[in-house]
Design a protein around this ligand. Structure first.
Ligand SMILES: NC(=O)c1ccc[n+]([C@@H]2O[C@H](COP(=O)([O-])OP(=O)(O)OC[C@H]3O[C@@H](n4cnc5c(N)ncnc54)[C@H](OP(=O)(O)O)[C@@H]3O)[C@@H](O)[C@H]2O)c1
Length: 320
């Protein structure tokens, strides 16, 4: 089978197409899945360049989303059968999804939504679990709350806008001017151009100095320190971005702010809520572009290129 293998850490050129053998079921609770589509997450290029080198042994197969068909089940598997369409996020640290066949434990599987393609389904598992964890488990977002999603055009942002809207929140987000129409179509009430405007000042103006109830940080940098300046009293900041530098959170006290730090684990229970929203038409996966497995290097170049001509909007998917 075709697999993308990383033998050395580095740039996109270390992603090499290789012929590997199809794995076989070794444990009774395992299933073998024919991968029909997968996607690119920043976690993949972080692993590729060696950010997690202490946790992996080379060679590495990365990839954190699968949409596909079950083609074999272990003898203890009760709830799944050959032919079932599934989607899931492979376990962090295990063998990834940039391949034609993926072996996993049945406990990681979710039924694929029945109204979308494999490509659209592959855009969801990792960010789906993440977004539900951020909005509901941590921030406990409710109808009538106001939320600011920093990085609205990214994979996480495009989904977080739709889910926040479905939950009844008033949604502010940041994104380049050229994407404002698209971001509003997803459900953003107000879009701030982070390339031209200061989001703290804009939120102060829009909310008449009150601030927003929740801030979702998918960007990093100074966001953690600055967020309380745009936050309402007793508001929450939820961040996905680990910054290996000391952060000054002094402004958080004045707002009685709560901080949540999220590192997604396999999250089948959270993903189930996103499946429901997709099947009721409240949420639609947003695809930036689709590449073949063979063109993996180009796909990684696109997600990492900060000077890309056409801005990123949603997820980059690999058709397998
Ligand atoms: N901790 C976890 O469990 C977890 C889970 C998922 C993701 N993450 C992390 O979350 C981050 C976002 O993930 P993603 O999948 O959404 O990435 P992505 O698809 O690459 O999107 C990033 C978005 O952020 C925007 N952006 C960059 N700098 C910005 C700034 N200064 N202000 C506002 N927007 C800015 C980009 O827009 P431009 O076109 O303007 O650059 C782009 O639209 C990544 O760092 C990822 O590693 C963490």
């Amino acid at each position: 089978m075709k697999t993308i293998v990383i033998k050395n850490y580095g740039g996109p050129e270390v992603l090499q197409l290789a012929e590997t053998s199809i794995p076989s079921i070794a444990d009774p609770s395992q299933v073998l899945v024919k991968v029909r589509a997968t996607s690119i997450n920043p976690l993949d290029f972080q692993i590729r360049r060696g950010d997690y080198a202490a946790l992996f042994d080379l060679p590495v197969i990365t990839g954190h989303d699968v949409a596909g068909d079950i083609i074999a089940v272990g003898e203890a598997v009760k709830n799944w059968k050959t032919g079932d369409k599934v989607y899931y996020s492979p376990r962090f640290g295990g063998s990834g999804s940039y391949t034609e066949y993926h072996l996993t434990d049945e406990s990681s599987l979710s039924r694929m939504p029945d109204n979308i393609s494999y490509e659209k389904a592959a855009a969801i598992p990792l960010i789906g679990g993440t977004v539900w964890e951020m909005l509901m488990v941590r921030a406990q977002l409710k109808k009538g709350d106001s939320i600011l999603i920093l990085g609205g055009a990214g994979g996480v942002g495009t989904l977080a806008i739709q889910v926040s809207k479905a939950l009844g929140a008033f949604v502010y987000t940041t994104g380049q001017s050229i994407l404002h129409k698209k971001l509003k179509k997803l459900g953003a009430d107000v879009v701030i151009d982070h390339h031209k405007e200061n989001w703290i000042e804009k939120i102060q103006i829009y909310t008449k100095g009150k601030g927003v109830n929740v801030i979702i940080d998918t960007v990093g940098g100074a966001t953690l320190s600055d967020s309380p300046l745009a936050l309402a009293d007793y508001g929450s900041v939820v961040t996905l971005v680990d910054i290996p530098k000391p952060q000054n959170l002094i402004n958080a006290w004045e707002k009685n702010a709560t901080y949540h730090f999220v590192f997604t684990r396999q999250s089948r229970d959270e993903l189930h809520h996103i499946t429901e929203l997709i099947e009721t038409g409240k949420v639609k996966p947003v695809i930036d572009s689709i590449y073949s497995l063979e063109n993996i290097q180009k796909a990684h170049q696109r997600i990492e290129d900060s000077k890309r001509e056409k801005p990123l909007f949603g997820k980059i998917v690999l058709s397998v």
